[in-house]
Design a protein around this ligand. Structure first.
Ligand SMILES: NC(=O)c1ccc[n+]([C@@H]2O[C@H](COP(=O)([O-])OP(=O)(O)OC[C@H]3O[C@@H](n4cnc5c(N)ncnc54)[C@H](OP(=O)(O)O)[C@@H]3O)[C@@H](O)[C@H]2O)c1
Length: 256
C-alpha cells in the first residue's frame, strides 16, 4: 500500500503566481508558502507585492517579486527572463490576475474590453506559454487558471467577463491536450463569488443578496476555501488530472 497522503506534499516546489498583490492571489501565495513552496509573485503594484513578500518570508519560504503589467505581452517575456535568473525550475503556475468590469453590455467601452481581455485572457495565455516553456524543459508542471462560475451561468453586467471565463475553460482543455506530451497538466479552478477587497466594493445590497441566493451553501467563498483545491491541483496527487475545471462554488453550478 502506497502512502498516498505524501503525494500532496509540496515542500521545495517553486510557484509563479500572477495577481498576487491582493485578494485571492495574495492568499494563495501565502497559503502555498505555508505548504512549503517558494513563490515568485507578480502584479503592477510593487509596494503591495513587497508586503506579501514579507508575509511569505514569515513562513520560512522565499518570495521573489516581479512588477509587470499583463496587458503588455513583452513584459511577460521579461518575467520569463527574470524567472530564469532565479531558478531553473518552475513546478506550478497560477494564472490568477484578472480585471472585472460590471456594466450593462450596452455600456462596455473598448477600453473596458481591452483591460478585461488583455489582462484575463491574452495575458493568461502568454503566461502559460512563457512559464510553460520553462516547465517543458523539465517535462513536468502544473498550471492552474482562475476561472469562475460565470463560465456556466451569469448575472447581468458581467457579459465580457463571463465570456473570458468560458474561454479560459476551453483554452485550458486545448493547452492540456497539446502539452500533455511534455508532462504539463493544465487545469482551471473556478470559484463562486469570493470575499476579496475588490468584490467588497461590487458585491453589496441587492447584488449581494442575489448572489447569495444562488449559493446553496449560503455564503460567499473565502480565499481559504480555495486552498484545498490549489494544493490538490499543484501536487502529484492530481498527476492524472488535466483539462478539467474544478468548481469551488458552494453548489452554484449544480443549482443553476
Ligand atoms: N473574487 C471573486 O469573487 C472571484 C470569483 C471568481 C473568480 N475570480 C477570479 O479570481 C482572480 C482573482 O480575483 P480577486 O477578487 O482576488 O481579484 P482582485 O482583488 O481584483 O485582484 C486582481 C489581481 O490581479 C492583479 N492585476 C490586475 N490587472 C493586472 C494587470 N494588468 N497586470 C498585472 N496584474 C494585474 C492585481 O494587482 P495589481 O493591481 O497590483 O496589478 C491584483 O493582484 C481573478 O481572475 C478573478 O476573475 C474571482
Amino acid at each position: 500500500m502506497q502512502d498516498h497522503y505524501k503525494k500532496f506534499d509540496l515542500t521545495g516546489k517553486v510557484a509563479v503566481i500572477t495577481g498576487a498583490s491582493e485578494g485571492i492571489g495574495r492568499d494563495m501565495a501565502i497559503g502555498l508558502a505555508e505548504a512549503g513552496v517558494d513563490v515568485i509573485i507578480c502584479s503592477r503594484r510593487e509596494e503591495k507585492l513587497l508586503a506579501v513578500k514579507k508575509s511569505v518570508e514569515k513562513t520560512g519560504r522565499s518570495a521573489e517579486t516581479y512588477v509587470l503589467d499583463l496587458q503588455q505581452v513583452k513584459e511577460i517575456a521579461g518575467l520569463r527572463s527574470f524567472i530564469k535568473t532565479k531558478t531553473d525550475r518552475v513546478d506550478i503556475l497560477i494564472n490568477n490576475a484578472g480585471h472585472a468590469v460590471t456594466k450593462p453590455a450596452w455600456d462596455i467601452s473598448e477600453n473596458d474590453w481591452d483591460a478585461m481581455v488583455d489582462t484575463g485572457f491574452k495575458g493568461l495565455f502568454f503566461c502559460c506559454q512563457a512559464v510553460g516553456s520553462i516547465m517543458r524543459e523539465h517535462g513536468y508542471g502544473k498550471i492552474i487558471n482562475l476561472g469562475s462560475t460565470f463560465s456556466k451561468s451569469i448575472v447581468p453586467g458581467r457579459s465580457v467577463y463571463a465570456g473570458i471565463k468560458a474561454g479560459i475553460d476551453h483554452l485550458t482543455e486545448a493547452l492540456a491536450m497539446e502539452w500533455a506530451p511534455h508532462g504539463i497538466r493544465v487545469n482551471a479552478l473556478a470559484p463562486t463569488a469570493v470575499n476579496t477587497p475588490s468584490r467588497q466594493v461590487t458585491l453589496q445590497g441587492p447584488m449581494l443578496a442575489k448572489v447569495l441566493s444562488r449559493i446553496p451553501l449560503g455564503r460567499l467563498a473565502t480565499p481559504d476555501d480555495l486552498m484545498g483545491a490549489v494544493i490538490y491541483l499543484s501536487s502529484e496527487a492530481s498527476d492524472f488530472v488535466t483539462g478539467q475545471t474544478l468548481f469551488v462554488d458552494g453548489g452554484w453550478v449544480a443549482a443553476s
